[in-house]
Design a protein around this ligand. Structure first.
Ligand code: 13P
Length: 255
């Protein structure tokens, strides 16, 4: 299994933070710090920040992602945003199935799957988030939970489409809690995810998928987490809102 075959990707997930003005200011701090990155750098920002973010990163190596999208092309879905809307303004990535959407907004594996397929059909690259709750880990069913999410979230996604999918392993108990999974715990589940992908597709297809870790990843622990064979990048919450911290994580992934 050759880590070099895969693209290292560091993505910020800004969640519900930063107004357009603040987004512009933060991206102006981030872009010069990451300009020599030897990995893909993405900022996933709130919908209203997208246009500003795309403008602020034009001509740089920072790509912009959204934090969700709907599966329908258009229609009576008040408050939702379509893949076509994102595509037209130059969005490249979209975070899907984040645990906060699953926990607070009724997202299910079925809707994550619909969004994933719609994103892929529109030419967006989904960052599909999976991860177990603390209680599920304590009950020793982490692998069952992850296997189910991977199978359902990627249902009907073709091997060709899989090339544009990024998986983020985010143990729910590690998100925003300051509790990071140990690098061994992260590696164990990321390797398990790859094994599931090999079962559903084949080993070559699985080996090419970028699998990120997310959950209290920061400038202090990124080196260790990213040193693991199956941890190909990070999906960063809190630390992505501080330019120097985010840049340090990008640097760790560029080694
Ligand atoms: P934190 O880095 O703030 O724990 O958030 C992780 C996350 O949810 C990224 O999507």
């Amino acid at each position: 299994m050759d880590k070099a075959k895969r693209k290292a990707i560091i993505a910020g997930n800004w969640k519900m933070n930063k107004t357009p003005k603040e987004a512009k200011a933060l991206l102006e701090q981030i872009t010069p710090l990451v300009k020599d990155a030897d990995c893909e750098v993405i900022a996933c920002v709130p919908y209203v920040d997208l246009a500003t973010a795309i403008e602020a990163t034009a001509g740089t190596n920072v790509k912009i992602g959204a934090e969700n999208c709907h599966w329908a092309a258009n229609g009576a879905f008040t408050g939702e945003i379509s893949t076509g809307m994102l595509k037209e303004i130059g969005v490249e990535y979209v975070v899907l199935g984040h645990s906060e959407r699953r926990q607070y907004f009724g997202e299910t594996d079925e809707t994550v799957n619909k969004r994933t397929k719609a994103a892929l059909a529109a030419g967006l690259k989904p960052i599909v988030c999976v991860g177990e709750l603390l209680w599920e880990r304590e009950c020793d069913i982490t692998e069952e939970v992850i296997a189910r999410q991977i199978k359902l979230d990627l249902w009907d996604v073709t091997e060709e489409e899989l090339k544009n999918v990024v998986i983020a392993y985010e143990p729910v108990w590690a998100i925003g809690t300051g509790k990071t999974a140990t690098s061994d715990q992260a590696e164990e589940v990321c390797a398990f995810i790859r094994a599931q992908l090999a079962k559903l597709y084949n080993q070559d297809a699985a080996d090419a998928v970028t699998i990120q870790y997310g959950g209290s990843m920061n400038d202090g622990n990124a080196d260790e987490l990213l040193s693991k064979t199956n941890v190909d990048g990070g999906l960063i919450g809190g630390a992505s809102l501080v330019a120097e911290k985010f840049a340090a994580i990008v640097k760790a992934a560029s080694k």
